[in-house]
Design a protein around this ligand. Structure first.
Ligand SMILES: [Zn+2]
Length: 391
């Protein structure tokens, strides 16, 4: 074997062999779903749907993806929905919507703004955005029945606060790929990404992209403290980024890597977008292990709060987390680390009000990797009862 081939195989090997720690997590996740009994969410009429948000098609200048190609990749990746976000031109009126190959397509646009971007989901019309500031664009989107979110949070001037936006991506795969391709690490990065060619799909070929984008998470935490502000995953799929003859971001792989899970009464455009805006969901790197069934709830006295909801603070207030595999459950309050507890079932007493959220980390080859990022539950102080009216 030539040294070059040996080096290639050595770098590609992690992408072809499932490490024992991850294999165990996958087994647990499968068993958890097989044993799945109706949970409080389901009894409240909320079902789990998995999808990709921020997807470009041939209607964008930087993508050649046809509707047929995207629909079949989404079906293959077992997605329930795909939220399209072509660059904002008059062509967006030609976007796919409704069910194709068993996948629900939600139209929308990506409107560029000083290096950053606005994701207008559910928008079907074009308007002239030139000369409008961030919030004016958001109002125009709302006036046309769309919901404005932020993309590429790394370029957003966070000092202006959440404005009229309902949430933002906490991970953007396109930005992560571009970062990976910069500098000296790029050769090893590309080799590990193309390593899948030597083996079957193990979900690990994109392991270098399975990571927490710390600066983006920090910005998101700041915005979410001001008012309810949802988190989701941006696939930012173009199926266009390559290195020589190698396509680094095929739809199929991107759709399996990181997804947004939503709890919604129905797989219908308006219901899903409302759930997304309400933060009734979580982000998961499902390429590690299937995260369906992850739940995060708050309880205090009679009150029960689901993902994205508000819980009145009380002496018995607690947070419950149920994970489909035994990962490390990490709690944050207002963006600050509070506790780390081993899963899969965790109950944490709530010490004080704040914006509480959870991350779950899994070990892969002995190294912790971010697996799940939940939307928060807001624990709010209870107003003291007004004094009884005098006689
Ligand atoms: Zn984009």
């Amino acid at each position: 074997m030539s040294p070059r081939v040996a080096l290639l195989l050595a770098l590609a090997a992690p992408a072809c062999v499932v490490p024992p720690d991850l294999a165990r997590a996958r087994q647990e996740s499968k068993a958890a779903r097989a044993a799945f009994a109706p949970d409080p969410e389901e009894r409240a009429g909320l079902l789990e749907f998995v999808g990709a948000i921020h997807v470009h098609t041939e209607l964008s200048h930087d993508s050649d993806g046809t509707p047929e190609e995207i629909a079949s990749a989404a079906r293959h990746a077992r997605l329930d929905f795909v939220a399209l976000t072509d660059h904002f031109t008059r062509k967006i009126t030609r976007q796919l919507s409704g069910v194709r190959r068993g996948v629900l397509f939600i139209p929308g646009a990506e409107i560029s703004r000083r290096g950053g971007s606005i994701l207008a989901l559910g928008l079907r019309e074009w308007f002239q955005p030139r000369g409008l500031d961030w919030d004016e664009v958001a109002s125009e989107v709302e006036a046309r029945g769309g919901i404005p979110f932020l993309g590429h949070l790394e370029h957003y001037p966070a000092e202006r606060g959440p404005g009229r936006f309902r949430g933002a991506g906490i991970v953007n795969l396109h930005a992560a790929l571009r970062e990976g391709l910069e500098g000296w690490g790029s050769v090893a990065f590309v080799l590990s990404v193309v390593g899948w060619q030597f083996g079957s799909w193990t979900g690990l070929r994109y392991l270098p992209l399975v990571r927490r984008q710390d600066a983006v998470v920090e910005t998101w935490d700041r915005l979410a403290q001001e008012r309810p502000f949802a988190a989701f995953a941006e696939s930012d799929a173009h199926a266009k980024l390559g290195w020589g003859p190698v396509l680094l971001d095929p739809y199929d792989a991107v759709f399996r890597l990181v997804r947004t899970h939503l709890l919604s009464p129905a797989r219908e455009e308006r219901a899903l977008l409302d759930s997304l805006a309400a933060g009734r969901g979580f982000v998961a790197f499902d390429a590690l292990a299937d995260a369906r069934g992850f739940r995060f709830r708050g309880r205090a006295g009679e009150h029960l709060a689901f993902l994205g909801e508000t819980l009145p603070f009380g002496p018995d207030a607690r947070l419950e987390v149920s994970v489909p595999a035994a990962g490390k459950v990490v709690f944050y309050r207002d963006g600050v680390f509070v506790a780390q507890v081993a899963g899969p079932e965790v109950v944490l007493p709530v010490s004080r009000p704040g914006v509480w959220r959870v991350e779950v980390w899994l070990q892969v080859w002995g190294t912790d990797r971010l697996w799940i990022f939940s939307n928060p539950i807001r624990v709010v102080p209870v107003e003291p009862a007004p004094p009884a009216a005098g006689p």
